[in-house]
Design a protein around this ligand. Sequence first.
Ligand SMILES: NC(=O)CC[C@H](N)C(=O)O
Length: 392
Amino acid sequence: MKAILALEDGRIFPCTSFTGAGEAGGEVVFNTSMTGYQEVLTDPSYRGQMVTMTCPMIGNYGVNPEDVESDRIQVAAFIVKEYQDFYSNHRATSSLAAYLKSQDVMGIEGLDTRALTRHLREKGAMRAIISTLEADTTVLVERAKALPSMAGRDLAREVSTEIPYFWRDGRRIPLELSSELNEKIWKKNRNHTVAAFDFGIKYNILRSLEKAGFEVLVLPATTSAATVKALNPDGIFLSNGPGDPEPVSYAVKTIAELTGFKPIFGICLGNQLLGLAMGGKTFKLKFGHRGGNQAVRNEATKRVEITSQNHGFAVDLSTLDPSLVTVTHVNLNDGTLEGFRHNTLPIFTVQYHPEASPGPHDAHYLFNDFSEMVAENKEKRGQTPFIPTKGV
Ligand SMILES: NC(=O)CC[C@H](N)C(=O)O
């Protein structure tokens, strides 16, 4: 079925819908991963965005119930050069088109995704409308311009869990909202306990924390510092998530209140929120980093890690106070901040995705580093809360 992709700057891509009639809108971004489209589709950090893959043929290994990073498709639409309906994989249970259709998400093909990507690289990520219903491109461009911008929107609250849950053996065990949250709820049958803030957490982060020896309790984004203190976990985790970190100010305040309480590890949006809590500033990147081939240099070892990434905002490196934190990782493509640690407290954070899914596993060791940091902190301080010594 004929469709149109209309960008807010007036560029038009005639194309075909492979999911039937419909309309979609959002910010168009590109992902350079060669594979892993199901993980991309279900990553909550893509909420509000329409993703195009630079890999030209998509769909050839179908979809399966295991390769999901959340309980639904999160992208607003999926844009590919060539859709392959004939799938061939022993794990596949359905085609990509059937999967998208089952959740009312549009898929389009038959456009030059390389030209689209180059346009976004040159002009920056921008809003767009996809439609099979409206043929007037002027109308579509006006509607694209009227879409809400990514900047200033708190999307983390939209994707966060409403009720706390334990992640045990790869499954969610919900806690009733009414149940009293105190430290007695932990089973403590694993090495350490971690309270994981859910700003749009990916399943593979939960799996990786569990594998690293943590009993994982996932908490809504708006959980207060007082609740976390009552839970008294051994460590605190700050998850990835969609949108602009700045409007997630309630979490920044909570993180500032928790700084010094227990070891903290943050990934992506978690890194940005921690950056804000440390007094830094964030900004929107021109077209972002999305894919499985982003080179990052570890500043301590000078080793390069090839990393999985998905972000459109970043912490401005120059706004971090060097007397408070140390930059640990830098992106080799554009020199932006990829990770930092606190100078005196057990806190570290990365902008990229050590849990991959999809992508390389070079940075997976960070989950074990967190586990070791938590063990060391417990040994040193027992159950006594850590008292910050420096300006936080
Ligand atoms: N994957 C993430 O957590 C993304 C962080 C943030 N939403 C950004 O786009 O920069």
